[in-house]
Design a binder for this molecule. Structure first.
Ligand SMILES: [Zn+2]
Length: 312
């Protein structure tokens, strides 16, 4: 098996380099009234950041990316819409199996990151014949958090720096796997969603399978409820979920936070636009696109991957 190591040096820096580049001059001006020391720090960080990105780019030359259309019979532009009745049936099935197989097992974040990275590497390798080795480092803060308050985590496409902003409980393995798929070079959101799902769903590990199913269910519910928080809660209440899981799903859409405020709304719109400019369908790729992808794959007769990978 061919092995390609992406060094990802920037991911090992104690503070996000992008934060130092943007933040150090501002911080020294605010705190010390001086601009020079901040700019020296920023210039040093920029040099390291660019150097790290250049090394990664060089290492990536030989990578053969997954051909989604060939492997799964579907890609960003060939999604078939999942009928609403099928979506509701899938939600019920997911709720039942999540409740039956419920586990409270939780690894520490660092361990989750290592395991999820290994599974992602293995899943991609069985399609492309290449092991793409990347860093398992995760940080919990970057300045991006201030700009995109709706994001659960981020991956800096240039340096591969990954941040997870909050403890997502049962969903955390999926969120980390999603960001790590970006780090392995899959920049489109739909691709990160499905690779994360397949890597965890096929793992045979109860905690990680649970995380993949929880993501699938919450994305289906988001489509059914559209952006209506009250409808989302009604959908959750209608499912045969264990109380602990029902509470968790309700917690995803707190009623009092229904209005995200003008800045978050504007940033969200901007983000949707950016996605459309990069050959994606927009923010809908996270939920509608993701669930339609699994639906299309399950019904495909050209996919080379076993369709059981999209099993409930
Ligand atoms: Zn993403």
């Amino acid at each position: 098996m061919e092995r390609i190591v992406i060094p990802g040096r920037a991911t090992y820096s104690p503070v996000a380099l992008s934060d130092l580049i943007v933040g150090a001059p501002m911080a020294t001006r605010l705190l010390l009234g001086a601009t020079v020391p901040g700019q020296v720090v920023a210039a040093g960080a920029l040099g390291y950041y660019v150097g790290s990105a250049a090394r990664d780019w060089y290492a990536r030359r030989g990578v053969r990316p997954v051909d989604f259309q060939a492997a799964f019979g579907v890609d960003v532009d060939t999604l078939q819409p999942m009928p609403e009745g099928m979506r509701r049936a899938e939600c019920r099935e997911l709720a039942e199996v999540l409740s039956d197989d419920f586990t409270v097992a939780r690894r520490p974040r660092e361990e989750t990151a290592k395991e999820v990275n290994r599974l992602l590497e293995r899943y991609i390798a069985q399609i492309t014949g290449q092991e793409i080795v990347t860093s398992s480092e995760v940080r919990s803060f970057t300045l991006t958090r201030v700009l995109f308050p709706f994001a659960l985590g981020t991956c800096d496409a240039i340096s591969g720096d990954v941040a997870i902003f909050q403890d997502m409980d049962v969903l955390e393995p999926h969120v980390i796997a999603h960001e790590f798929a970006h780090r392995k070079g899959y920049l489109k959101e739909l691709h990160a969603q499905v690779l994360a799902f397949f890597a965890l769903r096929t793992s045979g590990d109860p905690e990680l399978v649970q995380s993949a199913r929880v993501e699938r269910l919450q994305r289906n519910l988001a489509v059914l409820a559209d952006s209506d928080a009250a409808a989302f809660h009604r959908e959750v209440d209608a499912l045969p979920l264990r109380p602990a899981l029902a509470r968790w799903f309700h917690g995803l859409r707190p009623m009092e936070a229904a209005d995200p405020g003008p800045v978050a709304t504007a940033m969200r719109k901007l983000y949707d636009q950016r996605m459309k400019l990069t050959g994606q369908n927009g923010i809908s790729d996270y939920d509608r696109g993701f669930t339609d992808f699994l639906w299309t794959f399950r019904n495909s007769d050209t996919a080379t991957q076993p369709r059981v990978h999209a099993a409930i």
